[in-house]
Design a protein around this ligand. Sequence first.
Ligand SMILES: [Fe+2]
Length: 357
Amino acid sequence: MTTFDIPAIDEMHTLAPAIDALPGRCAPYYMAAGEGERHELGGQLITVIARPADTGGQFGAAYVFGGKGIETPFLSHDREHRFLHVTDGALQVWLPGETRHLVPGDSVAVPPGIPYAYRMLAHRTRFLSWLTIGDGHRFAQSTGRETTSHVFDITAAVTISSTRQSELAVEFGVRIHDLEKRDLPPRPAATLPMSESPYVLEAGEGDRWASMDQLNSYLARPRNTGGTYFAMHTSGGKSSYIPRHFHRQHTENFLCLEGRILLHANGKEMLLTKGDFLHAPAGTVHSFAFDSHNTQMLGLLTTDVFEKFFEYMNTPTQAHIHTEGGDMSFPVEGFARARAELDLEVVGPPPQRGAGE
Ligand SMILES: [Fe+2]
């Protein structure tokens, strides 16, 4: 059994975030877009931005970047959930009984054991790939070849033998299915399923909650992920920092999808623009602020203990975009309830902009 190096909460408070480097232990770090472990895999560039060793075994994350026409066979993962969020281009995805064309902002969730396939439909297609263990990325890395490039090579072929590929698939819990990609009718869904079934969620849909001119949309709930994580999309305009706080039981991951986000982690202020990522494990003292109009952030929280926070702090809405000029009063009651009931320890007032070390 793998054991992970996870610092105690008191030590985690003191760790300066690593910059553009995977720490190799569960620690806070910032990874700018394009940085990470890069492998070429049959015309796709796989950029791993989080390995199990970096997250205490809680998840793995990567960007997948490729050109028009690149496609996979049907795959499934024995042990892990996969969540894809398209950031660029266009992606066709096959799930059992349906096929969908995805554009930036759309997501796909695939539970363990469910076969799926994808094809890139635009010349520069990119998506975030989230796996609840990270083995699928290790499979991609070990079947591909290491590269220093930051772009894909559309002409590159997979060079590994099919026998070796099968051995690696077994090792990393990946199954390759001989299924036909048929044009099947889409099954439009604007809400999350009630259980762990596969789904596509279009940009702007999801379970939506709003306050203080921000729209918070659950793109995946714990009921969809076996409680391993949930995904929260936040859109809004310029905002103030929230109070500095930390969590004892869950990791918070911030990904900038659009605009500018200021992140304060263990006393250091960092700017996130599109594609930048910050890993804040339990114990990291943090805060964030939006720093441009129409900013969009994807939060991926492991495990599920903080799900109710966004319900306590917001009210349900049917809107598909955040408002401007609405009620900006801080939801004091909801915040007090969150402090009393949830995994939230406030350590100080919001940091000043530009006050990081
Ligand atoms: Fe937090």
